[in-house]
Design a protein around this ligand. Structure first.
Ligand SMILES: C[S@@+](CC[C@H](N)C(=O)[O-])C[C@H]1O[C@@H](n2cnc3c(N)ncnc32)[C@H](O)[C@@H]1O
Length: 200
C-alpha cells in the first residue's frame, strides 16, 4: 500500500490556503486534480482546507478529481467509503478531526463527513499515458509521485499538467521535488520557499 496520511504536509496546505484559495474560491466551478492520490488522505485534506475557506453552497462547486495508477485496485473503494484508521488521521488538527470525522464503530476507525467525500471522485490513471482526465484545472497537486519517474517522463508529465491547467492555474509538488530545467519557462514561482507555481 502507498504511504500517505491526512495533513501530511501542513506547510504546503497553508500555502494553498494563502495563495491559491483566495483566487480560486470566486470561480463558478473549481476543478482540482490530485495526481497520484493513493488512498485519499491527500485529496480529502485539500477538500477540508477549501471547505474551511468557503460556505456550504460555494463548496458544492468544488470538484477534486483524484487519480492513481493503483496497482492494488483498492483505492477507489477506500476513497468512496471514506473510512480511515487511527494512524492516518492522527496528525489532523484536532478541531478538524472533531468537525469532519466520526468514530466508525470499529475500534480505531474514523469515517469522513459525506460533504467532504462527495467533493472527491476517484479515477484509475497511469500518468505516464499522458492523458489528463480533463482540462481547465485551477489547481493540480502531484506530490511524492514524480520522484519515481525518469527525467524525461517527469518533463512530459509536467508539460501535460501545464496544458491541463486553466490560465493562471496553480501547480504544486513536494518540497524536495524541483522543476526540471526544460519546463521552468512554463511556470512562475508563487513563493520562494515552496514548490508552488502558477501557469505563466
Ligand atoms: C507515496 S504515494 C503519494 C501519495 C500522496 N500523493 C501523498 O503525497 O501522500 C505515491 C503514489 O503514486 C502513485 N503512482 C506511482 N506511479 C504512478 C503513475 N505512473 N501514475 C499514477 N500514479 C502513480 C502510487 O500508486 C502511489 O499511490
Amino acid at each position: 500500500m502507498a504511504f500517505t496520511y491526512f495533513f501530511r504536509d501542513m506547510q504546503t496546505l497553508d500555502f494553498i490556503k494563502e495563495y491559491a484559495i483566495p483566487e480560486l474560491r470566486n470561480r463558478q466551478h473549481i476543478n482540482i486534480w490530485d495526481a497520484g492520490c493513493a488512498m485519499g488522505p491527500e485529496p480529502y485534506s485539500i477538500a477540508i482546507i477549501f471547505r474551511e475557506s468557503m460556505g456550504r453552497f460555494q463548496f458544492r462547486n468544488l470538484k477534486i478529481c483524484a487519480t492513481d495508477v493503483d496497482i492494488s485496485d483498492q483505492f477507489g473503494k477506500i476513497i468512496r467509503e471514506g473510512v480511515y484508521p487511527d494512524e492516518m488521521v492522527k496528525r489532523i488538527p484536532p478541531e478538524f478531526l472533531k468537525k469532519y470525522f466520526a468514530p466508525n464503530g470499529a475500534p480505531g476507525m474514523f469515517k469522513l463527513a459525506d460533504e467532504i467525500i462527495n467533493s472527491v471522485s476517484f479515477q484509475r490513471e497511469d500518468l505516464l499515458e499522458l492523458k489528463p482526465p480533463r482540462e481547465g484545472f485551477g489547481l493540480i497537486v502531484c506530490k511524492n509521485v514524480l520522484l519515481h519517474f525518469k527525467e524525461e517522463e517527469r518533463v512530459n508529465v509536467i508539460r501535460m499538467f501545464h496544458k491541463a491547467l486553466s490560465p493562471g492555474g496553480f501547480f504544486v509538488m513536494e518540497q524536495t521535488q524541483k522543476l526540471p530545467k526544460a519546463v521552468t519557462g512554463l511556470f512562475e514561482p508563487v513563493v520562494s520557499n515552496a514548490q508552488l507555481f502558477r501557469k505563466g
